[in-house]
Design a binder for this molecule. Structure first.
Ligand code: SF4
Length: 344
Protein backbone atom coordinates (compact mmCIF):
# COMPACT_ATOMS: atom_id res chain seq x y z
CA UNK A 1 0.00 0.00 0.00
CA UNK A 2 1.22 3.49 -0.85
CA UNK A 3 0.55 6.17 1.81
CA UNK A 4 0.47 9.50 0.02
CA UNK A 5 0.98 12.32 2.51
CA UNK A 6 -0.36 15.62 1.20
CA UNK A 7 1.65 18.78 1.68
CA UNK A 8 0.36 21.19 2.86
CA UNK A 9 -1.80 19.59 5.55
CA UNK A 10 -2.61 20.31 9.18
CA UNK A 11 -1.92 23.42 11.22
CA UNK A 12 -2.31 26.80 9.55
CA UNK A 13 -0.76 30.01 10.86
CA UNK A 14 -4.03 31.14 12.52
CA UNK A 15 -4.46 27.91 14.47
CA UNK A 16 -0.79 27.90 15.40
CA UNK A 17 -1.01 31.45 16.71
CA UNK A 18 -4.19 30.74 18.74
CA UNK A 19 -2.70 27.61 20.34
CA UNK A 20 0.53 29.46 21.04
CA UNK A 21 -1.39 32.23 22.82
CA UNK A 22 -2.82 29.75 25.34
CA UNK A 23 0.53 27.95 25.64
CA UNK A 24 2.35 31.16 26.41
CA UNK A 25 -0.29 32.30 28.90
CA UNK A 26 0.04 29.01 30.79
CA UNK A 27 3.81 29.56 30.88
CA UNK A 28 3.80 33.18 32.01
CA UNK A 29 0.88 32.96 34.48
CA UNK A 30 1.23 29.44 35.93
CA UNK A 31 -0.87 30.28 39.00
CA UNK A 32 -3.62 32.26 37.26
CA UNK A 33 -6.76 30.58 35.91
CA UNK A 34 -7.04 30.79 32.12
CA UNK A 35 -10.49 30.81 30.50
CA UNK A 36 -11.09 30.34 26.77
CA UNK A 37 -14.33 31.44 25.14
CA UNK A 38 -15.35 28.50 22.89
CA UNK A 39 -12.95 25.86 21.64
CA UNK A 40 -9.69 27.66 20.93
CA UNK A 41 -9.64 25.78 17.60
CA UNK A 42 -12.02 23.09 16.41
CA UNK A 43 -10.07 20.04 17.45
CA UNK A 44 -11.02 17.62 20.20
CA UNK A 45 -7.40 16.74 21.07
CA UNK A 46 -6.13 20.33 21.21
CA UNK A 47 -9.00 21.23 23.55
CA UNK A 48 -8.57 18.05 25.65
CA UNK A 49 -4.84 18.66 26.06
CA UNK A 50 -5.46 22.21 27.30
CA UNK A 51 -8.17 21.01 29.71
CA UNK A 52 -5.55 18.59 31.04
CA UNK A 53 -3.30 21.60 31.72
CA UNK A 54 -6.00 23.41 33.69
CA UNK A 55 -7.64 25.60 31.03
CA UNK A 56 -11.40 26.16 31.39
CA UNK A 57 -13.46 26.44 28.21
CA UNK A 58 -16.69 28.42 28.47
CA UNK A 59 -19.60 29.03 26.11
CA UNK A 60 -20.72 32.25 27.82
CA UNK A 61 -18.58 35.16 29.01
CA UNK A 62 -20.76 35.27 32.13
CA UNK A 63 -19.14 31.95 33.17
CA UNK A 64 -15.77 33.71 33.60
CA UNK A 65 -15.39 35.13 37.13
CA UNK A 66 -14.96 38.94 37.15
CA UNK A 67 -11.41 40.22 36.79
CA UNK A 68 -10.01 37.01 35.23
CA UNK A 69 -8.24 36.35 31.92
CA UNK A 70 -10.27 35.25 28.91
CA UNK A 71 -8.93 34.24 25.49
CA UNK A 72 -11.16 34.61 22.44
CA UNK A 73 -10.81 31.70 20.02
CA UNK A 74 -9.38 31.73 16.48
CA UNK A 75 -12.91 31.90 14.99
CA UNK A 76 -13.58 35.43 16.19
CA UNK A 77 -16.31 37.00 18.30
CA UNK A 78 -19.01 39.60 17.90
CA UNK A 79 -18.56 43.09 19.45
CA UNK A 80 -21.27 42.21 22.00
CA UNK A 81 -18.98 39.53 23.48
CA UNK A 82 -16.06 41.98 23.65
CA UNK A 83 -18.30 44.50 25.44
CA UNK A 84 -19.54 41.90 27.91
CA UNK A 85 -15.94 40.94 28.75
CA UNK A 86 -15.13 44.61 29.31
CA UNK A 87 -18.16 45.03 31.58
CA UNK A 88 -16.95 42.07 33.65
CA UNK A 89 -13.52 43.69 33.94
CA UNK A 90 -11.84 40.73 32.23
CA UNK A 91 -8.39 40.84 30.66
CA UNK A 92 -9.27 39.85 27.10
CA UNK A 93 -6.71 38.30 24.79
CA UNK A 94 -8.01 38.10 21.28
CA UNK A 95 -6.63 35.08 19.40
CA UNK A 96 -8.92 35.67 16.40
CA UNK A 97 -7.14 34.70 13.18
CA UNK A 98 -6.20 37.88 11.27
CA UNK A 99 -7.89 36.43 8.17
CA UNK A 100 -11.18 36.24 10.07
CA UNK A 101 -10.63 39.80 11.30
CA UNK A 102 -10.21 40.84 7.66
CA UNK A 103 -13.78 39.64 6.95
CA UNK A 104 -15.07 41.49 10.05
CA UNK A 105 -13.43 44.70 8.80
CA UNK A 106 -15.02 44.28 5.37
CA UNK A 107 -18.43 43.76 6.99
CA UNK A 108 -18.05 46.92 9.08
CA UNK A 109 -16.87 48.98 6.10
CA UNK A 110 -19.60 47.86 3.68
CA UNK A 111 -22.33 48.27 6.31
CA UNK A 112 -21.15 51.85 6.95
CA UNK A 113 -21.30 52.54 3.21
CA UNK A 114 -24.95 51.43 3.19
CA UNK A 115 -24.51 48.02 1.53
CA UNK A 116 -26.59 45.00 2.40
CA UNK A 117 -24.17 42.11 2.98
CA UNK A 118 -24.83 38.52 1.97
CA UNK A 119 -22.55 36.36 4.09
CA UNK A 120 -21.98 32.95 2.50
CA UNK A 121 -21.37 30.37 5.20
CA UNK A 122 -22.82 28.07 7.84
CA UNK A 123 -25.23 30.09 9.97
CA UNK A 124 -24.38 28.37 13.25
CA UNK A 125 -20.60 28.31 12.78
CA UNK A 126 -18.79 30.37 15.41
CA UNK A 127 -17.06 32.45 12.77
CA UNK A 128 -20.29 33.38 11.00
CA UNK A 129 -21.99 34.23 14.30
CA UNK A 130 -19.07 36.56 15.12
CA UNK A 131 -18.97 38.26 11.70
CA UNK A 132 -22.72 38.71 11.65
CA UNK A 133 -22.55 40.41 15.05
CA UNK A 134 -20.50 43.26 13.51
CA UNK A 135 -23.51 44.55 11.57
CA UNK A 136 -26.55 42.42 12.38
CA UNK A 137 -29.01 44.73 10.60
CA UNK A 138 -27.03 44.67 7.36
CA UNK A 139 -26.05 40.99 7.13
CA UNK A 140 -28.05 38.00 5.91
CA UNK A 141 -26.52 34.52 5.80
CA UNK A 142 -26.69 32.44 2.63
CA UNK A 143 -25.97 28.75 3.18
CA UNK A 144 -27.12 27.40 -0.20
CA UNK A 145 -28.59 28.76 -3.46
CA UNK A 146 -32.01 27.67 -2.12
CA UNK A 147 -31.80 30.55 0.42
CA UNK A 148 -31.66 33.23 -2.30
CA UNK A 149 -35.43 33.60 -2.98
CA UNK A 150 -36.01 34.18 0.75
CA UNK A 151 -33.59 37.13 1.07
CA UNK A 152 -34.98 40.58 1.82
CA UNK A 153 -33.25 42.97 -0.57
CA UNK A 154 -33.98 46.69 -0.52
CA UNK A 155 -31.64 47.81 -3.35
CA UNK A 156 -30.07 45.16 -5.63
CA UNK A 157 -27.43 47.73 -6.67
CA UNK A 158 -26.19 48.07 -3.08
CA UNK A 159 -25.32 44.44 -2.38
CA UNK A 160 -22.00 42.80 -1.56
CA UNK A 161 -21.17 39.20 -0.70
CA UNK A 162 -18.56 38.02 1.80
CA UNK A 163 -17.71 34.43 2.74
CA UNK A 164 -16.73 32.34 5.73
CA UNK A 165 -12.97 31.65 5.54
CA UNK A 166 -13.16 27.86 5.57
CA UNK A 167 -15.71 27.04 2.86
CA UNK A 168 -15.11 24.69 -0.02
CA UNK A 169 -13.94 26.90 -2.88
CA UNK A 170 -16.12 24.82 -5.26
CA UNK A 171 -19.28 25.18 -3.14
CA UNK A 172 -18.70 28.89 -2.62
CA UNK A 173 -18.33 29.35 -6.39
CA UNK A 174 -21.73 27.70 -6.97
CA UNK A 175 -23.41 30.04 -4.47
CA UNK A 176 -21.59 33.11 -5.84
CA UNK A 177 -22.69 32.22 -9.40
CA UNK A 178 -26.30 31.88 -8.18
CA UNK A 179 -26.08 35.25 -6.40
CA UNK A 180 -24.67 36.88 -9.55
CA UNK A 181 -27.49 35.39 -11.61
CA UNK A 182 -30.10 36.77 -9.15
CA UNK A 183 -28.35 40.14 -8.54
CA UNK A 184 -26.07 40.98 -11.50
CA UNK A 185 -24.66 44.10 -9.78
CA UNK A 186 -23.64 42.35 -6.57
CA UNK A 187 -20.16 43.44 -5.48
CA UNK A 188 -17.36 40.98 -4.58
CA UNK A 189 -14.94 41.47 -1.66
CA UNK A 190 -11.58 43.03 -2.67
CA UNK A 191 -9.91 39.60 -2.41
CA UNK A 192 -11.22 36.12 -1.66
CA UNK A 193 -12.33 35.66 1.95
CA UNK A 194 -11.61 31.92 1.79
CA UNK A 195 -8.23 31.78 3.48
CA UNK A 196 -4.91 30.62 2.05
CA UNK A 197 -4.80 27.53 4.31
CA UNK A 198 -8.26 26.31 3.31
CA UNK A 199 -7.51 26.96 -0.36
CA UNK A 200 -4.12 25.19 -0.31
CA UNK A 201 -5.29 22.11 1.63
CA UNK A 202 -8.27 21.75 -0.70
CA UNK A 203 -6.07 22.21 -3.76
CA UNK A 204 -3.74 19.43 -2.55
CA UNK A 205 -6.66 17.00 -2.06
CA UNK A 206 -8.22 17.97 -5.40
CA UNK A 207 -4.93 17.19 -7.17
CA UNK A 208 -3.95 14.01 -5.35
CA UNK A 209 -7.33 12.33 -4.70
CA UNK A 210 -7.87 11.17 -8.32
CA UNK A 211 -4.73 8.96 -7.94
CA UNK A 212 -6.03 7.34 -4.75
CA UNK A 213 -8.68 4.85 -3.68
CA UNK A 214 -9.13 6.14 -0.12
CA UNK A 215 -8.59 9.48 1.60
CA UNK A 216 -8.11 9.68 5.37
CA UNK A 217 -8.59 13.17 6.80
CA UNK A 218 -7.39 13.73 10.36
CA UNK A 219 -9.66 16.29 12.01
CA UNK A 220 -12.68 16.79 14.22
CA UNK A 221 -16.28 16.68 13.02
CA UNK A 222 -16.90 20.29 14.05
CA UNK A 223 -13.92 21.48 11.98
CA UNK A 224 -15.42 23.06 8.88
CA UNK A 225 -12.25 22.88 6.81
CA UNK A 226 -11.66 19.19 7.71
CA UNK A 227 -15.19 18.22 6.65
CA UNK A 228 -14.70 20.15 3.39
CA UNK A 229 -11.56 18.08 2.63
CA UNK A 230 -13.57 14.85 2.82
CA UNK A 231 -16.23 16.33 0.50
CA UNK A 232 -13.63 17.45 -2.03
CA UNK A 233 -12.02 14.03 -2.10
CA UNK A 234 -15.41 12.41 -2.58
CA UNK A 235 -16.28 14.71 -5.46
CA UNK A 236 -12.93 13.77 -7.04
CA UNK A 237 -14.12 10.14 -6.96
CA UNK A 238 -12.06 9.06 -3.94
CA UNK A 239 -14.01 7.84 -0.88
CA UNK A 240 -13.00 9.73 2.26
CA UNK A 241 -13.13 9.21 6.00
CA UNK A 242 -12.77 11.83 8.70
CA UNK A 243 -11.16 10.62 11.91
CA UNK A 244 -10.07 12.35 15.08
CA UNK A 245 -7.19 9.96 15.59
CA UNK A 246 -5.87 6.50 14.77
CA UNK A 247 -8.20 4.81 17.30
CA UNK A 248 -11.08 5.51 14.87
CA UNK A 249 -9.38 3.72 11.97
CA UNK A 250 -11.44 0.76 10.77
CA UNK A 251 -9.35 -1.88 9.02
CA UNK A 252 -12.31 -2.75 6.74
CA UNK A 253 -11.85 0.68 5.09
CA UNK A 254 -8.40 -0.42 3.88
CA UNK A 255 -9.37 -3.74 2.31
CA UNK A 256 -8.05 -3.87 -1.24
CA UNK A 257 -6.79 -0.28 -1.11
CA UNK A 258 -3.51 0.43 -2.90
CA UNK A 259 -3.15 4.21 -2.67
CA UNK A 260 -4.24 5.96 0.51
CA UNK A 261 -4.15 9.74 0.69
CA UNK A 262 -3.52 11.09 4.19
CA UNK A 263 -4.17 14.72 5.01
CA UNK A 264 -5.33 16.81 7.98
CA UNK A 265 -7.58 19.80 8.62
CA UNK A 266 -6.01 23.11 9.64
CA UNK A 267 -6.68 22.48 13.34
CA UNK A 268 -5.32 18.90 13.55
CA UNK A 269 -1.95 18.40 15.29
CA UNK A 270 0.71 16.61 13.24
CA UNK A 271 1.44 14.02 15.97
CA UNK A 272 -2.04 12.57 15.27
CA UNK A 273 -1.19 12.28 11.57
CA UNK A 274 2.10 10.59 12.53
CA UNK A 275 0.33 7.96 14.71
CA UNK A 276 -2.10 7.17 11.91
CA UNK A 277 0.73 6.80 9.39
CA UNK A 278 2.68 4.62 11.85
CA UNK A 279 -0.30 2.27 12.09
CA UNK A 280 -0.60 2.10 8.29
CA UNK A 281 3.12 1.34 8.02
CA UNK A 282 3.22 -1.34 10.72
CA UNK A 283 -0.14 -3.08 10.30
CA UNK A 284 -0.74 -2.59 6.57
CA UNK A 285 2.84 -2.55 5.23
CA UNK A 286 2.41 0.99 3.96
CA UNK A 287 5.21 2.83 2.15
CA UNK A 288 5.27 6.60 2.62
CA UNK A 289 5.32 9.00 -0.29
CA UNK A 290 5.17 12.76 0.29
CA UNK A 291 3.39 14.79 -2.38
CA UNK A 292 4.25 18.50 -2.32
CA UNK A 293 1.55 20.64 -3.89
CA UNK A 294 2.31 23.97 -2.32
CA UNK A 295 4.99 25.25 0.05
CA UNK A 296 3.56 27.57 2.73
CA UNK A 297 5.51 30.18 4.64
CA UNK A 298 3.11 32.24 6.75
CA UNK A 299 3.40 33.52 10.30
CA UNK A 300 0.97 35.65 12.33
CA UNK A 301 1.97 37.88 15.21
CA UNK A 302 0.64 37.18 18.70
CA UNK A 303 -2.00 39.60 20.10
CA UNK A 304 -0.86 42.95 21.52
CA UNK A 305 -2.33 42.27 25.01
CA UNK A 306 -0.29 39.09 25.34
CA UNK A 307 2.87 40.85 24.14
CA UNK A 308 2.32 43.47 26.86
CA UNK A 309 1.83 40.77 29.50
CA UNK A 310 5.03 39.05 28.35
CA UNK A 311 7.03 42.28 28.55
CA UNK A 312 5.65 42.85 32.06
CA UNK A 313 7.11 39.46 32.98
CA UNK A 314 10.47 40.42 31.44
CA UNK A 315 10.00 38.15 28.39
CA UNK A 316 10.79 39.49 24.93
CA UNK A 317 7.85 38.38 22.70
CA UNK A 318 10.18 38.24 19.69
CA UNK A 319 12.18 35.48 21.34
CA UNK A 320 9.14 33.20 21.38
CA UNK A 321 8.13 33.57 17.77
CA UNK A 322 7.14 30.22 16.35
CA UNK A 323 7.34 29.57 12.68
CA UNK A 324 5.48 26.69 11.05
CA UNK A 325 7.82 24.52 9.09
CA UNK A 326 7.22 21.40 7.09
CA UNK A 327 7.07 18.40 9.46
CA UNK A 328 10.15 16.20 9.38
CA UNK A 329 9.11 12.59 8.80
CA UNK A 330 11.14 10.40 11.10
CA UNK A 331 11.21 6.63 11.55
CA UNK A 332 10.38 6.99 15.26
CA UNK A 333 7.25 9.07 14.80
CA UNK A 334 5.88 7.84 11.48
CA UNK A 335 7.17 4.24 11.50
CA UNK A 336 9.23 4.81 8.33
CA UNK A 337 10.80 7.57 6.28
CA UNK A 338 9.37 8.58 2.90
CA UNK A 339 10.46 6.57 -0.09
CA UNK A 340 9.79 9.49 -2.37
CA UNK A 341 9.09 13.20 -2.08
CA UNK A 342 7.58 14.61 -5.23
CA UNK A 343 5.96 17.78 -6.46
CA UNK A 344 2.77 17.76 -8.52
S1 SF4 B 1 -8.19 28.05 8.62
FE1 SF4 B 1 -7.71 30.04 7.70
S2 SF4 B 1 -9.05 31.51 8.70
FE2 SF4 B 1 -9.06 29.65 9.96
S3 SF4 B 1 -7.44 29.98 11.45
FE3 SF4 B 1 -6.48 28.95 9.73
S4 SF4 B 1 -5.66 30.60 8.42
FE4 SF4 B 1 -7.14 31.51 9.83
Amino acid sequence: MRIILANPRGFCAGVHMAIDVVDQLLDICPDTPVYVFHEIVHNKHVVGRFIGRGVTFVEEVSEVPEGNIVVFSAHGISPAVREEAKARNLTSIDATCPLVTKVHMEAIRYAKQGYQILLIGHANHQEVVGTRGEAPDSIQVVETPADIPNLTISDPDMLVYLTQTTLSTDDAEIIIDALRAAFPNIKAPPSSDICYATTNRQRAVRQIAPDCDLCLVVGSRNSSNSVRLTEISQSAGCPARLLDDVSELNSAWLEGKQNVLVTAGASAPEDLVASLVRKLVTDFRGKIEVRDIFEEDVEFAIPATLKRMMRDEGIDPNERRIHITRPEITQDLYGAVPLTVSAS
